[in-house]
Design a protein around this ligand. Sequence first.
Ligand code: SAH
Ligand code: ZN
Ligand code: ZN
Ligand code: ZN
Ligand code: ZN
Length: 490
Amino acid sequence: MAGGAERGGVALVGAAPGAPRCPHGPALLFVKTGQEKTEGRRFYACSACRDRKDCNFFQWEDEKVSDTRLAAREEYNRNHQPSFTHGQNVERYKDFVLLPLSKRRFCQECQQLLLPAEWEKHSDHQFLCDISTAQLRSPSRLLYPLENKKTNAQYLFADRSCQFLLDLIIDLGFRRVLCVGTPRLHEMIQSKDSQEEVFRVRSLLLDIDFRYSQFYTEDEFCHYNMFNHHFFGGEAAYETCRKFLCQDSGEGVIMVTDPPFGGLVEALASSFKKLMAMCKETEKEGHNNQEMSIFWIFPYFFESRILEFFPSFNMMDYQVDYDNHALYKHGKTGRRQSPVRIFTNLAPSKIVLPVEEGYRFCAICQRYVSSGNQHCEICNSCTSKDGRRWKHCVLCKKCVKPSWFHCNNCNCCALQNHTCEKTDPGCFVCGKAGHKRSTCPSLSHTRICQAGKKQRQKTLKRLTMGICRRSAMKHAVFSRKKVKHKKKKM
Ligand code: SAH
Ligand code: ZN
Ligand code: ZN
Ligand code: ZN
Ligand code: ZN
């Protein structure tokens, strides 16, 4: 994560038993790390929304909450659930596909498939018509990606990255894919499944974006929060997921996840461990001692954080590209380097990376690496993390970024224009020297920064929860430029 002042900082403590709930399930426990009076005080906040504008749930850990406030909170949580249930959406879909093409409308403001009886209510909304079967099979292209960075950050795989992942999964012999926050991979699998008879891979999507419930049955999609392992559909949804994982004694299943990059690695790791444990709850006497296979897609600079929780994981050199991420996508002219990688518990030697995209096999490391990633004789490994050629520093006894130089002051390598570290009074949280409270290794780091965006993010949040309010929609990003643009084309 970007460095910076730790003023107003907040660090994650973790999930706590008996935590209060917001509309997004059990809240997480955080601690204030700023220089304010409240420093060190612990509080509960929403697990899913890092911006208070999206979900303003807040409660001090030691706060007494009256019964009336508790009751009000419960009612608030109930009211902030989607207006249609998943079951209702499945029924609506069945009706929708029976309609002739000319009557198939999708409301862009409400992000909802419309049945003819509802047209009236949406008469002054922008909509798409003639929704084809192909469009229904590709909801990630029909729905507007939620791009508010702090909450949803929906960055969709570029086709070649998605195809690469699927080919890899098939080559590795997997038959079931648990897609956690990977709707585009899910839809690629689902649409292959409906087209080719020989295609035998099945998938289940877990995602917080409830709009997907309009396109998938309860066996194909669960409304899920990956920061607190919360199934919005309760016991039934949990069972769906458990059954999916436990099939064939839990063999042949892989989980592929691409969480928002905003941090909270510890919360994610804790949920993924719970999903892995679910995979072990086999029906009969457990003969599945194997760990569920995982692809965790995340930026390379989170490597040490991920390895803290999953020491057996390896980071692959493959650069995952995105469609709607300005920075992380493949430009037409030359390659924009994506910092996003695959972390996996599979043997690196098994992950074959495409030579035609500039990867090569290192026989000594027994893994595929970026062609620019040179094997260092001294480290005895291919040490580059970002694809560029790194250089070895004899004083640091490791390879460092090409732009770094050894600083005798700091006794380590750094950018030439860095400011040397001042004397360190020790960390507020653990008392040790060498780091600040905001980077204390005993805490996950997140910052709840209050800057900007306001109304728009609130609106997008409503969308995620499946709540349609016309007035709110007016302010949504997509009701401005893009929608008008599309309408002209029609
Ligand atoms: N590259 C992926 C999308 C990754 S974007 C693809 O193309 O399929 C992150 C995804 O995680 C989005 O689908 C978003 O809706 C989902 N997400 C965001 N916060 C979440 C949460 N708290 N729990 C579950 N899913 C979440
Ligand atoms: Zn919340
Ligand atoms: Zn509408
Ligand atoms: Zn080296
Ligand atoms: Zn050095």
